[in-house]
Design a protein around this ligand. Structure first.
Ligand SMILES: *Cc1c(COP(=O)(O)O)cnc(C)c1O
Length: 454
């Protein structure tokens, strides 16, 4: 047998982030102001983000230097390891060669600190004292709490209420790293109070928690807001994953035929594939397939509409052109798998429209089944989000077996699931159900899209 692990040294840690905007055959549609519906300027974003991140958001430079201070923090866990999944291949009896790049070795256990650390750093450089954010299951909140502590910034996290109640350990992680975490809807903001008045039992949603965090940041001079996915600069910070993976594939003497990952807002998977998709855009690898995997219960790309929509429930965040289920989307409570945002990273949507990447929706039970197969062969107990990607990796490997083909499949493994044992327990005890988000609910929500002047 050949190598099981492909390990890079610290000298191989990327020195720059890769910015796909330099290589897009058509430019991204601009963000719009939620009030005026006109294209957004840097001044509109200044209450929310440090100027360096606003510049990165629209930059057309192909590479942007990673500050030494950020690289120093990355060295706590980067470069991450790429594995060859020999035991999974054997369990599936497939001729496919499966590789996975594992982001679960960061202190918070996922890819998310790749951008949290960068965002905290630029905020620190520009004098920000306090950062607000939202979190769903808590992975983003804990990553930002960790990053803020390293740069001595106060951190307040609005956590979707249903997760706050079901997942106390992520909250305790945030508190251990010194952050404050409240359930959303909260009485601390107008957006939260309005919702509590309408529905005191509202379970919350990412869109609503974003409204709260944005409002909190806008109301205070010492505070900025931070988003853990979706935005261009966030995806760019994650390209350390793909750049390292390209070197590791080279070490293995391979190039992927298929790259698979899960998409919530799109950051981990875009971080993996943006450096690869460039090979496809420039015609070097025309046959490369890139599969974005999402839940059937939140089928943003496969069932949503490509349209301008608000990034949050209250209509305070910028309007973006993206696939959307409507900003009023409330995820079904039976859904345990994360990936619950109503929209999607504009970069991913744009690449999908241009035909460079594909999308697939998978049902919940099948994702946990795949996660258990992975745990019983490779050992790692994966985040429920990651299980979506593992499902499609297994499906593609089984297709290889049927067709007698030995394709190279690269899985973007976004993190471990050590805080998701309750979801695994529901699955193992047969309590989990499938749920496909109904088409007519999508249609209903899309009636509330903002009207954009021609
Ligand atoms: C947050 C998270 C995701 C989904 O977010 P993206 O921005 O789409 O990457 C996926 N996997 C894990 C482990 C996460 O924590």
């Amino acid at each position: 047998m050949e190598n099981h692990k492909f390990v890079l040294g610290e000298k191989d840690l990327p020195k720059q982030w890769y910015n796909i905007q330099a290589d897009l055959p058509e430019p991204l549609p601009p963000y719009l102001h939620p009030g005026t519906k006109q294209p957004l300027g840097p001044a509109d974003l200044a209450p929310l983000f440090p100027m360096e991140l606003i510049k990165q958001e629209v930059s057309q430079e192909r590479y942007i230097d990673i500050p030494e201070e950020v690289r120093d923090v990355y060295k706590l866990w980067r470069p991450t390891i790429m594995h060859r999944a020999y035991r999974l291949e054997k369990a599936l009896d497939t001729p496919a060669k499966i590789y996975y790049k594992y982001e679960g070795t960061s202190p918070p256990g996922s890819h998310k600190p790749n951008t949290a650390v960068a965002q905290a750093y630029y905020n620190k450089m520009e004098g920000t004292k306090r950062i607000t954010t939202e979190t769903g299951a808590g992975q983003w909140g804990s990553s930002l709490a960790f990053a803020c502590k390293l740069f001595d910034i106060e951190c307040k996290v609005y956590m979707v209420k249903v997760s706050y109640n079901q997942k106390p350990y992520r909250r305790i992680m945030m508190e251990t790293w010194g952050a404050t975490c409240v359930p959303s809807p909260s009485p601390d903001t107008k957006a939260g109070r309005d919702m509590l008045e309408k529905d005191p039992d509202c379970p919350g949603s990412l869109g609503l928690a974003i409204s709260e965090a944005v409002e909190d940041a806008v109301m205070r001079d010492d505070t900025h807001y931070s988003l853990g996915s979706v935005l261009n600069h966030v995806l760019m910070h994650q390209t350390v994953i793909g750049q390292e993976s390209m070197k590791q594939m080279e070490m293995a003497g391979e190039y992927p035929d298929i790259i698979v990952g899960c998409i919530g807002g799109g950051s981990n998977f875009a971080g993996m594939y943006l450096p690869f998709v460039r090979d496809k855009i420039v015609g070097k690898r025309p046959n490369l397939r890139i599969i974005n995997v999402e839940p059937e219960s939140c089928p943003t790309v496969t069932k949503g509409l490509y349209a301008y929509d608000y990034g949050d429930v209250a209509g305070m965040a910028p309007i973006a052109k993206m696939f959307t289920l409507g900003h009023t989307f409330m995820p079904p409570p039976v859904h345990a798998g994360g990936l619950r945002y109503h929209g999607m990273a504009p970069i991913i949507c744009h690449l999908h429209r241009l035909g460079f990447v594909e999308a697939r929706a998978v049902p919940q039970l099948a994702t946990f089944e795949a996660g258990v197969t992975f745990a019983r062969s490779e050992g790692i107990i994966s985040a429920p989000e990651t299980n979506h990607a593992i499902r499609v990796t297994i499906d593609e490997a089984l297709k290889c077996k049927e067709e007698g083909k030995s394709k190279v499949i690269l899985l973007a493994h976004s993190g471990h699931g050590h805080f998701d044992m309750a979801a695994y327990e529901s699955y193992l005890s047969g309590k989990l159900q499938d749920y496909a988000y109904p088409e007519d609910m999508v249609k209903e929500a899309l009636k509330l899209l903002p009207e954009i002047p021609a």
